[in-house]
Each structure stands twice: as C-alpha cells, then as structure tokens.
Design a protein around this ligand. Structure first.
Ligand code: C2O
Ligand code: CU
Length: 557
C-alpha cells in the first residue's frame, strides 16, 4: 500500500487532533448546529469507521499490479460485520448497517488531490451528503455522523469532488453501503454466502496493466496541468488530433488526445473490459439453490441490458432503494450508471454443471454517435458482451423460499404534489460544448428559483431529454432522497432506441436514479422531508456530471 508523504501524515495527525476536540478540519462544514463533539460522538455512535482514501496497487490482471485509488476501512467501534474489507481488489469496503444505527465515518484524505465522499441513496442532513463544496484537501479529515433512517437497500458511497468525480471513481473510489431492517429480516432472504453483491464496471487498461482514464493514469494523476474540467482540459490542447481517436486501436479513448479525447470527456468514458467486483472475466461457482444477487452499475457511463444467455427471465425483488412490493419477472433489465437491482435466482433450476452467462444484450441509442465519436473503444455502448460467467455446482444447503409479498410500499400519490398539474421541467441541454440543465451548467453554490423547494412538500419533476446537439441517454440522480417514477412519455423521435430497451425499465419501488433515453420525458414524484439545505441533482454518467450536467436544489425550511 502506498501511503502519503510524511508532511501529509503530520497534517492529518493535526487534523485528527483537532477532530478529537470537536474542531472540524478545514473544509468541514461550518454552521452545523447538530454536530456533537467527538467525545460525545464516540460514546453514542453504534459504528465508527475510519475510511482512508489512499493510493494503492492491486493485482487485477496477470503481471504488473494496477495503480488504483481506493478506500481502506478500519472499524473502530461496532459489530465486526459492519465493515467487510475487499482485499486484493479496488471497489470496497462494504459497509453494512441496520436501520436506526448511528454511524460515524471519518474520511481521511491520503490522495494527492481533494476529495469528498457521497452516500448515494442515503437520506442524510446537508453537511453529511458529500457535496463538492465540502471537499477536503490532502491530509485532511471530514467527520460524517448520521443515523441511518433509510429502509433496507443496497446503497453505495463514492468520491464526489468538483469536476473530478469521474476520474476518482474510475480509479477505484467506491464501495457498497448495505442497509438491513426488520421488515427485510422477517423475509428470510438468502443471506451470508447466498447474498452476493456484484459491482459491475468497465475499464480500459494499457499494455502495462494501468488504468487509462481519458489522458490520465492513477500514477501520474497529480500533475495539475493534466486536470481537465470535463472535456475542456488536456483534451483540447493535447495534440494527437482526431485521427487517432477515429481509427481506434481498441485501447479506448484515453490515448487518442485531441478531438477524440474531447469527445470522450463530453460523452463519457467507456472501458473495453468488464469487471465484476474488480475482477476481469469474472466467473463464479454457485450452489444449486437460491441466491440474492445485488447488482450495482458503478460504471462511469456504460448502460447494461442484462439477461441470461439462455433466455430464461430474471426475477427482480428490489430496485435502487430496497425491496419491491412483490417479485417481478423481466426478460431483460436495464441498469444505468448508479442504478441497483436485487435479483432472486434459484440456481437449483439448472442441472449441476450448467454454465450460465449473465450478459449485456445489444441495444440502440445509448449514445447516438458512439462508434464514430468514442475514440474507437473496442466495446461501444450498446454492444453485446458477457458480464459474469456462473457454473452451477451440486446441491445447496440453502432452502430459502421466494416470498410472494416482499414489502409494504406506498402507492405514489402525485396529487399530493404542490405542482401536480404543472411539472417542473428540467431539460437536459448542451451549449458551448458543456452540458447543462435548462441551459445552466453546474456552479458550486448557485440555485435558481425553479430549483428551490419547500421542506415538507412534494413536487413532480420532469427530466426531459429531447434534442441536444448530441442526444444520448442519461442517468438522472437526485441526492439525499428517494423518489417514485410516475410516468414516461416520448417527446419525439428516437423510437427505435427506446423500443430496444423499454421492456427492461424497472421504474417500480423507491428510486434515486432513473434512466432517461433519447427523446424521453420521465416524471418523478419527489418528497422533501426532514432536511433543509443545498443538495445536488445530476446525470450519473460521470463525465456528463463533471462537464456541467449537475445543479443544486435548495430545500428551504
Ligand atoms: Cu452517486 Cu452525486 O452521486
Ligand atoms: Cu448524462
């Protein structure tokens, strides 16, 4: 493991000492009135974790180790099961919490640049949400302290600094945050080794096994000169011209520089290798019995259209923020960046020895100009490829039975929204080669009156993806809350793209991220409860987010 240089060790020691007296390090929120002193906190919290963001090297492929940025967790207080390390690979650790537990997490930044951590899907106060304005410099510490009030579900955490989220998650800064509750426990779903989290990502490696992200690598990422805010950085100046990108050598957009890289920065990074839990060519031996598979798409831009190779349907028991009312069957499911899905699979259906493949099927319109513009990635958006191989072993000791009722879910009540008949329209736009929402790109603190809502109310929002210069799919996420998808309509055109994916939409249950295909308008019902403050909503295709497709919304008390 690579640790920080000595000067930073000292700085973090100072930050730690300050933190021990209840003084947040620089960058920590000011104006929090509810933050206890650290002494209180360690007595009252159920779980206390130190989360170090570090440079590291892991053996991902045979040969040279891959430089990554990752989280190392250290459990200081709480049940041993609260933290599961992920030795030998980069996503992780897994944090496991029960509803109602209070957790303190000290993020310690041992990276060569600023970072901050967002708890994706968790309903937490403003200062705990990991907004980029709370980013901390190398050597500093940020103390998160909140009670987990979310229902059981597969949430996750990841880096979220301004303009650098794509890069930091790509190099490895993400992990799962799994919450359980009593309702879920009463169902006796498959647990322990039969509850398998599967984090799906795509990456591009160079000949020396190093990750290639646009023009940057983990090893030389410290040079400030190579920072690009989205596509406007090194790409424009990088030389190399468009030709290299257009021809494509199967190494992804990263090496092409010039126009190819600018377009990749704008449209999104697509890797040509699929990894599951950090493993390329992943395969898994499973017992011939029931499993719960928790899938997270933690890719920067790639959308998956998941299906079994032998065409039997998938049984879905949960979406982003927990269990559905009852199981659903789908021939295939769409999983856009940051979406999660919970599957029930009884491998006892297949004879021992069966080889199964979870694959991504081809579809249209994820990216209107993919092959041409993506710098020649060997694996364009919408291509067909295997994700995970599974081999069925013999009998299982697990005898769980699929419950026909999973959860009490409230039906959406759109009429309770203050703007029921006038949805607020958030139109995805592009101008001057930057993404935006209603023509405005991200600004750290700015918020419009349309983006201002009242605590305790519900609103209907419409994410509109009609025509931009480059119409493509987006994966829209709202921080700090759960929403219900109450409708989709088509604004015009792109019918073929939509038709190639629409049977795989999972709009049921509580969501925090939703796929919006080209030409679509998606209506969501959003409820602003408990926490006033400034939160984000954005596209979770990380290069879109980093190049402007993100805004604040303000919940006013
Ligand atoms: Cu998982 Cu602001 O995002
Ligand atoms: Cu997007």
């Amino acid at each position: 493991m690579t640790y920080q240089p000595r000067r930073q060790v000292i700085r973090s020691a100072i930050a730690a000492a300050l933190a021990a007296f209840g003084v947040p390090g620089r960058g920590a929120p000011t104006g929090r009135t509810d933050r206890p002193t650290a002494l209180d906190a360690s007595a009252a919290v159920d779980v206390h974790i130190e989360l170090h963001a570090v440079e590291d090297q892991v053996a991902i492929r045979p040969g040279t180790r891959t430089k990554v940025w990752r989280y190392h967790g250290k459990l200081l207080r709480g049940d041993a099961g609260s933290l599961e390390a992920s030795p030998g690979t980069y996503p992780g650790p897994i944090i496991r919490m029960r509803q109602g537990q209070r957790v303190r997490i000290d993020l310690i930044n041992s990276l060569p640049e600023s970072t901050v951590t967002h708890w994706h899907g968790l309903h937490v106060p403003e200062a705990m949400d990991g907004h980029p304005r709370f980013a901390i410099a190398p050597g500093e510490r940020y103390i998160y302290d909140f009670t987990v009030i979310n229902r059981a579900g597969s949430y996750w955490f990841h880096a979220h600094p301004d303009g650098r989220t794509g890069k930091q998650i790509y190099f490895g800064l993400s992990g799962l945050f799994l919450v359980s509750d009593e309702e879920e426990a009463a169902l006796d779903l498959p647990s322990g080794p039969y509850d398998l989290p599967l984090v799906i990502q795509d990456r591009t490696f160079d000949d020396d096994n190093q990750l290639v992200y646009l023009s940057e690598r983990a090893g030389d990422a410290t040079s400030e000169g190579s920072e690009g805010r989205g596509m406007m950085g090194g790409g424009m100046m990088g030389g190399g011209g468009m030709g290299g990108g257009m021809m494509g050598d199967g190494r992804g957009a990263g090496r092409t520089g010039g126009m190819g890289q600018m377009m990749a920065g704008m449209m999104g990074m697509l890797g040509d290798q699929i990894l599951v839990n950090g493993q390329p060519d992943a395969s898994l031996a499973v017992e011939a019995g029931p499993y719960r598979l928790r899938l997270l798409n933690a890719s920067n831009t790639r959308i998956y259209k998941l299906a079994w190779n032998e065409h039997s349907p998938l049984t879905v028991i949960g979406t982003d923020d927990g269990l559905l009312a009852e199981p659903l069957q789908r021939d295939y499911i769409m999983l856009a960046p940051a979406e999660r899905v919970d599957l029930w699979v009884d491998f006892g259906r297949w004879p021992a020895g069966t080889e199964l493949t979870l694959q991504s099927l081809s579809f249209e319109g994820g990216m209107a100009m993919s092959g041409m513009m993506m710098g020649g990635t060997a694996l364009p958006d919408g291509a067909q490829f295997p994700v995970l191989q599974m081999r069925v072993k013999d009998a299982s000791k697990n005898s769980a039975v699929l419950p026909q009722r999973l959860s009490r879910l409230p039906l959406p009540q759109p009429r309770a929204a203050v703007n029921f008949d006038r949805p607020k329209v958030f139109d995805i736009t592009m101008g001057m080669m930057r993404w935006g929402i209603n023509g405005k790109s991200f600004e750290m603190e700015a918020v419009t009156s349309l983006e201002t809502v009242k605590l305790g109310t519900q609103e209907v929002w419409e994410f509109r993806n009609d025509a931009t210069m480059m119409t493509m799919a987006h994966s829209m996420h709202v921080h700090g809350l759960q929403f219900q998808v109450i409708g989709r309509s088509v604004g015009g055109g792109f019918a073929r793209a939509r038709d190639s994916v629409k049977d795989g939409y999972l709009d049921e249950g509580w969501k925090d991220t939703v796929l919006v295909m080209p030409g679509e308008r998606v209506h969501i019902l959003v409820r602003f409860a408990d926490y006033p403050g400034l939160f984000l909503y954005h596209c979770h295709m990380l290069e879109h987010e980093d190049s402007g497709l993100m805004r604040n919304y303000l919940v006013k008390a």
